[in-house]
Design a protein around this ligand. Structure first.
Ligand SMILES: Cc1ncc(COP(=O)(O)O)c(C=O)c1O
Length: 392
């Protein structure tokens, strides 16, 4: 018997970037889009009902974030992440990327150095570059298909002077859920060199069995003093189009700087539906999320199993969370620039080119598995056929 996530929903003509921008992005409309990181599932039913009720009201004036939303967020952090925060630490930002940009503008000057850990979510590069900051790469180390942080190099980088580290935790695209030991070691460096961490924890809720997300700022007060944490209901409950994220800043000075920058930019607000959706999701979405995680884990196992059969040269970097798979295609023997063309033109699949996550991502592809299994089955068939053709 199928489950709710097996249902195929036609997303075309809904102004969604994943399906409606394929012609523009990939040059063809008929490919299967497994790229931009949202899911092809409907949101939890209580969210849909709350949005409908709000729409029915018919008056769409300026919004506030009600106290009941703050309580829902605080409760979520406590129950899901074992993190009790002071209510004064919490504020909101439309999107996480916008929040990161706001923090960069608030805490650094043009010419300042910002560390990131590639391969990583592409805006981490552009947020630095486009704001005239110097992006310093502290590349992750891959060994036997598992990525770890290069903390020895990071210490050198800190010693030579960076103001900010943008951390991706859990990590997109490599799927690592950083362990307590890793985060403690990172935290020790952050304290020693007094670096501020912009901790992008947007994937915090999407963590598989036997792993636990640990908010960096929950480790100790002296670490928390140096961390701005970004979380959101967007990835968790598939609400990215509403644009609302949570910003948690324990340090009063950092909090003031961030709030002042928000005022300078005039971007304090989201939209009237976002708080409604977020509150319903945090209050009533827990069971849906648990079912989703079980489904995503099965999707991972399915793709891994199929690739082992049809494309043993493509190695899946085993994810500990997220709904993206990082595929090592270096053994296919295609030059990186032809690899993307192979997936798009030969296989009819729209994945994210690994090179867009930094030069250390060349030869990789990122596949979004947040979709019904039948779509992945179709994708695997297309890939098998394309590989057959390629071998001839
Ligand atoms: C690490 C990371 N941060 C931020 C975002 C996007 O956040 P937002 O849409 O809230 O700006 C994504 C989306 O894929 C992401 O992977």
């Amino acid at each position: 018997m199928g489950c709710q996530f097996d249902q195929r929903i036609d997303r075309r003509n809904t102004q969604c970037v994943k399906w409606d921008a394929t012609a523009e992005v990939f040059g063809r409309e008929d490919l299967l889009p497994l790229w931009v990181a949202d899911m092809d599932f409907t949101a939890p039913e209580p969210v849909i009902e709350a949005i409908k009720a709000r729409a029915d009201h018919g008056v769409f004036g300026y919004e506030i974030k009600p106290q009941s939303l703050n309580e829902a967020v605080l409760n979520w952090l406590q129950t899901r992440h074992n993190w009790a925060i002071d209510p004064s630490w919490l504020s909101y930002s439309p999107g996480v990327v916008g929040g990161l940009a706001t923090a960069i503008l608030a805490l650094t000057e043009p010419g300042d150095r910002i560390a990131i850990q590639p391969p990583v979510y592409p805006p981490f590069f552009s947020l630095g570059d486009q704001n005239d900051r110097i992006v310093v790469e502290n590349r992750l180390i891959e060994s036997d298909g598992r990525y770890t942080m290069n903390l020895v190099e990071l210490e050198d980088i800190f010693r030579s002077g960076v103001k900010v580290l943008i951390l991706c935790s859990p990590h997109n695209p490599v799927g690592r859920v950083w362990s307590r030991e890793e985060l403690l070691a990172l935290g020790a460096l952050v304290v020693k060199y007094d670096v501020t961490v912009l901790s992008d924890e947007i994937w915090a809720d999407l963590v598989f069995s036997n792993h636990q997300h640990i908010p960096l700022a929950s480790l100790s007060l002296e670490i928390a003093e140096r961390v701005i944490t970004f979380m959101a209901p967007s990835k968790t409950f598939n609400l990215a189009g509403f644009y609302l994220s949570n910003v948690i800043i324990p340090n009063e000075t950092l909090r003031e700087k961030f709030a002042n920058q928000v005022q300078r930019l005039g971007n304090a607000h989201s939209n009237v539906f976002a708080p409604v959706a977020a509150e319903a999701a945090y209050r009533h979405g827990g069971v849906w999320l648990d079912e989703l995680l079980a489904y995503l884990e099965e999707n991972v196992a399915y793709v891994q199993g199929e690739l082992a059969k049809i494309a043993p040269k493509i190695r899946v970097v085993r994810p500990e969370g997220t709904f993206v798979l990082w595929l090592d295609c270096t053994d296919l023997g295609l030059p990186p620039e032809e690899l993307n063309q192979f997936f798009v033109q030969q296989a009819g699949l729209g994945l994210n080119d690994g090179a867009s996550f930094g030069t250390s991502g060349a030869g990789y592809q990122r596949m979004n598995i947040g979709c019904p299994r039948s779509l992945l089955e179709e994708a695997m068939k297309r890939l098998a056929q394309a590989l057959e053709e390629y071998k001839k």
